[in-house]
Ligand binder design. Sequence first.
Ligand code: SF4
Ligand code: SF4
Ligand code: SF4
Ligand code: FES
Length: 822
Amino acid sequence: MVNLTIDDKQVTAPKNSTIYDAARINGIKIPILCHDKKLKPFGACRMCLVEVEQMRGRQVPACTTPITEGMIIRTSTPDIIKARKMVLELLLLNHPIDCPVCDKGGDCDLQNLTYEYKVNANRFSDEKFHHAIDYSNPLIERDMNRCVLCGKCARICDEIVSFGALTFISRGIETKIGCEFEGSLNCEFCGSCVSVCPVGSLLARPFKFKARFWALTNQKSVCGYCGTGCNLTLGVKDNKVLTTVYDENQGFHNGQLCCRGRFGYQFINSDKRLTTPLVRKNGTLTEASWDEALELVAARLKGAGSSAAALATPRLTNEELVLFKRLMETAGSANYDHSAGYAHAALTEGFAKSFGAAASPATILDIQKSDLLLVIKTDSYETHPVIGFEINMAVKNKGVKLNILSDKRGKLSKLPDAQTLVHTPGSEVAVINALAKTILDDKLAAGTAAAIPGYADLEKALAGFTPEAVAGQSGLSSDAIKRLARDYAAAEKALILFPIGNAYPGHNADLASAVANLALLTGKLGTEGSGVLCMAEKNNSQGAVDMGFYATRGLNAGQIMDGCASGAVKTLFVAGENPVVSYPNRAAISAALDKVEFLVVSDLFMTETAAMADVVLPACSFAEKEGTFTSVDRRVQHIKPAIGKIGQSRTDFEIFGQLIAKLGGQAPATPATVFGEIAASTPGYAGMSYASLGETGAFAQVAVTAAFVVPRTVAVEPAAGKLALVTGSALYHNGTQSQFGEGPMYVCPEGYVELSRTDAARLKIQENDLLNVASAIGSTKLKARITPRMPEGVLFSPYHFGAAGVNQVWGGAPVTWVTVTK
Ligand code: SF4
Ligand code: SF4
Ligand code: SF4
Ligand code: FES
């Protein structure tokens, strides 16, 4: 610690602190404008000037000046106040004083500082700027007339988002922030730049003229999209969620969100929300009372036994999932599952066998503490963008080495010194086995490895996975495989990351076991910065696994669908899932749902699946309910209602509870009661309560019991004259819910198929051509996107879309062979 004096107060601060940091941690306020704790010091605005006695009273910027032992600092002498006033006068010289119509009014650093320093007259005068305002997209408005050139937007876009859409352009008085070639903004639309802009230069357009900041009621919550579990603050007025309010102190991510979290909340107040129960009468879904609808469902479930089945979205709270399971058990059925059945097998089968726990032995916080990241599939950025930010920062700020094993390149491949090994689709398990084989052959395994159960079997099974043998089928060179293995083994701390979800059938139990073997072989487990992080798709995917909402004694999702088709399953209750769009093989799923005698769907919207139902129950969004979500790294977080329920909608907690009561069971009164039961019965959740979770949540503990498991590999045989289609997630979407978010739909309104330049040239395909993509099970029409990231012979298509969905050609295999015609 360093001793120093600030404003006559003896204080201490950690070595390497700046004056600003030292003052802040000792409760002394120094004004800032261009500084942001997440970004590298910049020192542009001079608002934070202070006097340092040892520098003969010179004024220095507090945000960039490091402290030294014995430093004597004054933060608010008359000269300092005068200097700060002048900084503000100069900033206001060209700045329009349009606070009455500026959406930032009341939340603007420049306005607040002008008020605090009483700058009510300006000694200088100059012409105001006349920059054209960029209204080119519906999400972010750019008005450079209000810009104070703090550079925070350009820096966050570069340092954290790694997109680099914004930069300083021109010089002197002409200096401004602009996009490449002074064009319009066309980027990831994560809104990070908007969140840090201290003035009204960058505004969230969906919120424009909706409300003044001070008129909003803020409710802290957790993002309802992916499993990263980002914290967010919902800004509410008149029972509407109008915006997400930036709070730089919220969450491990300091308030940063991706496009879905920032601009995807419109679905909460969408006028497409279901507001009344519907019952099918004479073939038409007709408005009904809750009593009528629930009576019908209860009558079907009562004593139904194994002829009833349930599918839930892992967007439900832990408490709702526990109750849904209880409802099915009260009906006498053990047939319940979520997310296409296989989507969580990496956890429930893979990790459960390899680590003795269906959870990741690593956290998101390990990313920046690691020495090497091995990312399986570049889609990790698309599936979990804020985890992508962590990877960006680890690589750029901490020099963490990034190796990627993927079937295509991606944004992560562009990070400094990132090594991307592009393998043929479907060969990832074989390649990972070859990495393990190299580690064994090179004697790089940890001394502890041989004592782990299953070592001898693994050693034997890996005999055929020499880098030379795997090179042929994977399209990689044996040298590249060996290099990757040696890199991983040599790193003191190494973390493996891979996404799982509906669109990643190849990321299954075998992939999980294969990567677990690598970590166990090298001992990279159980220490900070090491381990394996399996990134489940939805906001409560890990919770659904922890709550046991998957097939253990009954049918899994695929078998439930088969049961519907065969007539074995007569009643199906679908809560929040949309299998018609998100499960593979749309024709088969639609036929199965058509066949089932009684289909009940609870959802926010009239989805493609709900439209087939006999009873539709209007459910609540995450913003209307209380409960907990568990993130990919088992952070259990408590959410509370931000708004009242929309229309007659009810929470799934209420729906399941009322049905349990109708079936003669005992329904718990509140989510808190159920969470108490969860804490008492779920490994890792012991001792938790809503009160103990507080605003930051708590990590459920993972106790690892290691074992080597031999993963199965499936040879993917090329099909002559066909292209290999792989499915996945689009950056702006998550599941099918984001189809109801205006932001995600603006940036990515429809499905598409990505192909390489070489294939496009060979097939004479132009960008945006409508292509007929056909496989053995069907065909669909998708727009062409020609990108340099795709290898020759490989196509990629995201799965989120109802119209022209890729599940019309994709039957659930990791690789689908297709033909493409115009
Ligand atoms: S929205 Fe995100 S990607 Fe776009 S300019 Fe702002 S920070 Fe960069
Ligand atoms: S647009 Fe906003 S964040 Fe960017 S430099 Fe200008 S004032 Fe700073
Ligand atoms: S979608 Fe995922 S990464 Fe994006 S803000 Fe929400 S939780 Fe964070
Ligand atoms: S805040 Fe220190 S120079 Fe801008």
